[in-house]
Design a binder for this molecule. Structure first.
Ligand code: SF4
Length: 423
């Protein structure tokens, strides 16, 4: 009964701020500003408060009806929580895997203080080890990918570690083999590297094979060297990385333009200080993506005031630049990455009425977007997933996909179905 009453009311959430009154229209994914009287009337309707409802004059009731006529205050509720891709899941995994990521090694020549694979500090994750993927496993992975990507327009194989270039011989063999298997389908290759092992030969090889390369660099020397140190002597890696990036620009400037910088930001540092990295004559020409350091389960990351203030100010002027009220080149690079993400997310916002069957946004289609294959051939949704987690294990090269686990992950919203239907 209670459920029926809830479902006959508009699927909205009212809220107010010091400056105004609003409701969030779930079906349209929109926030609507209203005047105070209308806000109180909507609240009375939502509370089913007959006595209160009759206190309002005709003008407010008309405003309420106008909103309904325009499609707002919609009472449509989702009847079942189910991911829209559920029925096509098998087809996606059979023919449309977007890309695979191969864990070519678990070894690394650095020991970054925040690395989730470090021997201490992240007990819930795997640790660095000398384990390497064999060519036999990699070959099986390429064959598996070929057979499960017949409808994929832009096939891509990514190499991941540890530091992937510690197993460069395997990478070269995989590239040769995959080019043969995928002949005529324009396969591309991607790697994220700490850039300490970029010799002349390796740079030439990456440029010739048009790798999508991403280099990890956390800030200027004073910040980068706090965390990203060599395993062998715990000395900072900044000078080596900068020298190698400069060399890459000299040898292959066109290729260097396509390389991105991946920053792991520690917000305990000053925002402006972090962005000093982009004073470098080469780095300033490169695209930058960033993330924030992660702590192990339950631990909080500390944000310094100097970081928060600088970051919020740059987000603000970044948004102004989106609407043409500020020059984009006045915005710090780390904020530009955020603004581009924001633009991308805004494009995904969906308008219209929710269907009878829907799912909360969030889960990707596990195994389809970026199937991660570890050194021994086990499957996980992507490289960011904890490899020791059983519920994230999606199968293996030997056994194929574990459809039960994949279905449960895809439909994780089932766990909170009753709450989700009314949210
Ligand atoms: S380079 Fe990457 S894998 Fe190696 S220690 Fe640093 S974060 Fe970890």
């Amino acid at each position: 009964m209670e459920q029926l009453v809830k479902q006959s009311k508009p699927l909205i959430l009212t809220f107010k701020t010091p400056l105004g009154f609003y409701f969030y229209e779930t079906n349209r994914n929109e926030i609507v500003a209203v005047n105070e009287q209308l806000y109180k009337y909507i609240d009375a309707v939502m509370q089913d408060d007959e006595q209160e409802i009759h206190q309002f004059g005709e003008e407010v009731v008309c405003q309420y009806d106008d909103l309904k006529d325009c499609g707002y205050l919609c009472t449509n509720h989702v009847k079942e929580i189910r991911h829209p891709a559920t029925d096509e899941l098998e087809l996606f995994l059979e023919r449309k895997i977007d890309s695979i990521t191969l864990q070519v090694t678990q070894s690394c020549n650095l020991r970054c203080s925040y690395c989730v694979y470090s021997e201490d500090g992240y007990p819930s994750q795997r640790s660095h080890s000398e384990k390497m993927m064999s060519f036999e496993t990699a070959k099986k992975a390429v064959d598996f990918y070929f057979m499960h990507s017949m409808d994929t327009k832009h096939p891509n194989i990514s190499f991941y570690g540890g530091e992937p270039f510690l197993n460069i011989e395997l990478i070269k063999r995989v590239v040769d083999y995959a080019k043969k298997v995928f002949e005529g389908r324009n396969i591309t290759f991607t790697t994220t590297t700490n850039a300490t092992l970029l010799t002349d030969d390796l740079i030439d090889y990456l440029a010739e094979n048009k790798f999508n390369l991403m280099i990890s660099l956390d800030g200027p020397k004073s910040i980068h060297n706090q965390n990203r140190v060599f395993a062998v002597n715990r000395k900072g890696s900044y000078d080596t990385v900068i020298k190698n990036i400069g060399n890459m620009w000299k040898r292959h400037p066109e290729f260097a333009k396509t390389v991105s910088i991946s920053m792991v930001i520690n917000p305990e540092n000053n925002y402006e200080e972090i962005n000093r990295l982009f004073n470098d004559r080469y780095i300033k020409k490169m695209r930058c993506l960033h993330s924030i350091v992660e702590k192990d389960d339950g631990e909080m990351v500390n944000y310094a005031d100097e970081y928060v203030n600088g970051s919020l100010y740059n987000q603000f002027i970044g948004i102004l630049s989106m609407v043409g009220r500020f020059k984009k080149d006045g915005v710090r690079k780390t904020a530009i990455d955020e603004i581009e993400n924001m633009e991308h997310e805004m494009q995904k916002i969906r308008y219209g009425v929710l269907g009878d069957i829907a799912a909360p946004g969030g889960p990707c289609i596990p195994g389809k977007m970026r199937l991660f294959i570890d050194y021994k051939g086990d499957f996980f949704p992507c490289e960011r997933i904890n490899e020791t987690s059983e519920c994230m294990h999606l199968g293996s090269l030997d056994t194929g996909f574990d459809m039960n686990n994949i279905n449960s992950l895809l439909n994780i919203g089932k766990l909170t179905e009753d709450d989700c239907k009314d949210c």
